[in-house]
Design a protein around this ligand. Structure first.
Ligand code: NAP
Length: 236
C-alpha cells in the first residue's frame, strides 16, 4: 500500500531535500509550497513520479483547508506530516531593537502555521497506522541550551521564541495524543547553509540536514513528545 508524506516549505532548502529522500524511500510525497511557480519548478527539478505539488501557505487558513481537500482527494491517510516551513526575520536584531511586526510575522509562520497544519491534517494522520508529525525546530529554541551557551549565541527573540512556542506544540499535542498516536516530535537539523541565514558559510549541506529529519521520521523507535538533534533527545 502506498504511504503518503507531506512537507511544508519544500520548494527549496532543507525541505526540498527531505522530499527527495522520502520519495526515494517509496513514499508518495506532497511537496508543499506557498508559491505555485516555485513549487511546480521544484517538483520538476526532482524528476520523480511519486512527488506532487501541493499549494499551501501556512499563514492562510483557507489555503491550508484547500490543501487538506487536495490531499484527501488522493488519500484517506497521511503517514508523515513534516512542518518544515519557517522564517527567520530578526537575525541581526537584539530583543530591544526587535520590531513587533517582525515578531508577529515569525510567530505567524513558525507557530500558528504549524498549529493550523497539525489541527487540519490530524484526521488524516490519525487514520494512518503509525502516523507521525514532525516539527522542524532549532536548538536555539531550547531555553536550557540557549541559557547554558550550548547553541549559537544568536539572541533572535522572534525566531527563537516562535520555535520555542512550536516546541510547546510538540509537548502539548504529545500529551493529548498519549500512547494512542499519532506520534509527534521535534527535530533540529542544526546550522545549515541555506537562504534562511543568507547562505552563511560553515553549515551542514541541505542534504545532510534533511537526512537527520528523514532518519527520525522513518525510524521505528518512538520519539513521541520529545525534541531531538542529530545525537538524540535535547532539553526543552
Ligand atoms: N538553516 C538552518 O541553519 C536551520 C537550523 C535549524 C532549523 N532550521 C529550520 O529548518 C526549516 C527549513 O529551513 P531552511 O534552512 O531550509 O530555510 P529556507 O531555505 O529559507 O526554506 C524555508 C522554506 O519555508 C517556506 N515558507 C516560508 N513562509 C512560508 C509560508 N507562509 N507558507 C509556506 N511556506 C513558507 C519558504 O518558502 P519561500 O521560498 O516561498 O519563501 C521555503 O520554502 C525551517 O523551519 C528552519 O527554521 C533551519
Amino acid at each position: 500500500m502506498t504511504k503518503y508524506a507531506l512537507v511544508t516549505g519544500a520548494n527549496k532548502g532543507i525541505g526540498l531535500e527531505v522530499v527527495r529522500q522520502l520519495a526515494e524511500k517509496e513514499y508518495h510525497v506532497f511537496l508543499g509550497a506557498r508559491n505555485e511557480e516555485l513549487g511546480e519548478k521544484a517538483v520538476q527539478s526532482l524528476g520523480l513520479a511519486n512527488v506532487s505539488f501541493l499549494h499551501v501557505d501556512v499563514t492562510d487558513s483557507g489555503s491550508i483547508k484547500h490543501a487538506y481537500q487536495k490531499v484527501q482527494e488522493v488519500s484517506e491517510t497521511l503517514d508523515i506530516l513534516i512542518n518544515n516551513a519557517g522564517v527567520f526575520l530578526d537575525h541581526h536584531s537584539t530583543p530591544s531593537q526587535t520590531n513587533e511586526e517582525t515578531l508577529r510575522r515569525e510567530f505567524d509562520v513558525n507557530f500558528f502555521g504549524a498549529f493550523q497544519m497539525i489541527q487540519t491534517f490530524l484526521p488524516l494522520v490519525k487514520k494512518a497506522e503509525g502516523g507521525k508529525i514532525v516539527n522542524v525546530t532549532t536548538d536555539m529554541a531550547s531555553q536550557t541550551m540557549f541559557d547554558n551557551g550550548q547553541t549559537a549565541p544568536i539572541n533572535a527573540l522572534g525566531y527563537n521564541a516562535s520555535k520555542t512556542a512550536m516546541n510547546a506544540l510538540t509537548l502539548a499535542f504529545g500529551k493529548e495524543f498519549s500512547d494512542n498516536g499519532p506520534e509527534i516530535f521535534g527535530v533540529t537539523p542544526g546550522f545549515t547553509t541555506t537562504d534562511l541565514n543568507g547562505n552563511a558559510p560553515g553549515g551542514k549541506t541541505k542534504a545532510e540536514s534533511a537526512q537527520i529529519i528523514t532518519q527520525y521520521a522513518l525510524d521505528n523507535a518512538n520519539y513521541h513528545g520529545k525534541i531531538l538533534d542529530k545525537n538524540g533527545i535535547i532539553p526543552w
